[in-house]
Each structure stands twice: as structure tokens, then as C-alpha cells.
Design a protein around this ligand. Sequence first.
Ligand SMILES: C[S@@+](CC[C@H](N)C(=O)[O-])C[C@H]1O[C@@H](n2cnc3c(N)ncnc32)[C@H](O)[C@@H]1O
Length: 225
Amino acid sequence: MVMQLEQVVPFGRSLDEYVKMFNLTDADLQKSILSVADGPASFNAEGTRQGYRIKSIDPLYIFTSAQIRDRFNQVVDNVIAQIERTPDDWVWKYHKSPDGLRKNREQVTQLFCADFELGKDEGRYEVGELPKLKYQDGEFDLGLSSHFLFLYSDHFDENFHLESIREMLRVCKEVRIFPLLTLMLQRSPHLQSIVEQLEKQGYRCEIHQVGYELQRGGNEMLRIH
Ligand SMILES: C[S@@+](CC[C@H](N)C(=O)[O-])C[C@H]1O[C@@H](n2cnc3c(N)ncnc32)[C@H](O)[C@@H]1O
């Protein structure tokens, strides 16, 4: 798929949000991590500074940091205005307010953009997209998907999800996915069937409550190993 920048809303999350969304312990953060659909998150930039080993992949990485920053600046007012128009859909425990969320996303974009070109040279950011990954079997300890799988269940069908998760499990010893809600704040219609099929294959699937909730009701993470 060739990505069109004018269709992208490059909003990314911070290392602290990743830690909370995925219940990442200090031991987890010492593992080799593949973060798929990582977009303009600052997880890699901040984590690398702490000495963590994170590879991020996303089709967005065909663009430059300047293009991604410009696109963020074009859409941020509109995204925050949409959020302000739907107050009941959001929980403000973490970001406190739409303005707090905006400040967070601006800081994340700045950290990501400042790190992106160097990180590309170092192989920490690679262009790639599910459902296929170019990595070896078991190459990573932990695979993460934040705000892509399940969230876009209306755009990607069950087969895409199953194929993508199996591919992540091929290259990662363990996979965690957050959130389990769709954009309409419903539990993904694909979740139950996917869990059943993975369990039949011998994987263990656990749904964990996490201490992060922005989308109302979106405080669950799927752990597969
Ligand atoms: C909502 S963003 C999430 C960014 C980041 N993970 C975070 O939580 O801050 C969704 C990301 O999915 C990426 N994406 C779209 N199609 C994809 C695919 N087939 N495989 C992997 N990533 C994809 C988009 O480019 C975008 O960066």
C-alpha cells in the first residue's frame, strides 16, 4: 500500500504511555522489542536514550521528519476540536484536559522528529507494514501494537488481524496489543474469534487491565505468548 500523507493523522504516544498501556516492567524494557505501527510515537526516541533496544516499523516512515511534523501541525487543531465535541468519550485521568493532551502530543512529535533521521540511519525506524514482516523467526523478545490492531477493526477484517498477529508471533516470543476497543468505543468484533483460534494453536491469551485509559472503557491489553 502506498501511503498518502494527506490521509494520515500522525498522533503518537510517549514512553510513559507505552509503559502504562502495556504494563511494561523494568525486565520487559530490557528485552529486544519490535513496536509495529509505531508511527510518530516517542517510545523509540525516549527508550533508546534509556538504553532500551527498540525497533519501530510503520509505513509512515517513507516520509521525512519535516513532512510528518508539517502534517501534525495541519491536523492538530481539528483533532483536538473533535475531542472537545465528544467529552463523554474520553477519560482525563492521565492528560487532565484536551489542552493537556495537545501539549503531550506536541512534545511527543518533537521528540520523535528530532530522533527520526538518526534512528533511520541506525535501523531503529524501518518502513514496514502488517500483515507481513521481514524479520527472522523469534528475532525479538516482545512485539507491541499500540492503537492499530483492533482499533481499526472497521477498516481491517478478521483475516487481516489473524494473519498480522500470527506474523508478529512468528518474529516475537510474546505479543501485546492495546487497546481492544474500536474507534467507536466497542470491544473489537474480531477479538473473541482471534483468541479462540490462537488458543487452539497452543498460544496462551490473557486480557490484562492496565492503568491507562483515554478512550472511555479502553483500559484492557491482550497479552499472547
Ligand atoms: C494511531 S497510529 C498509532 C501510533 C503509535 N503506535 C502510537 O500509539 O502512538 C496508527 C499507525 O498505524 C500505521 N499503519 C497503518 N497501516 C499499517 C499496517 N498495515 N501495518 C503497520 N502499521 C500501519 C499508521 O501509519 C499509523 O502510524
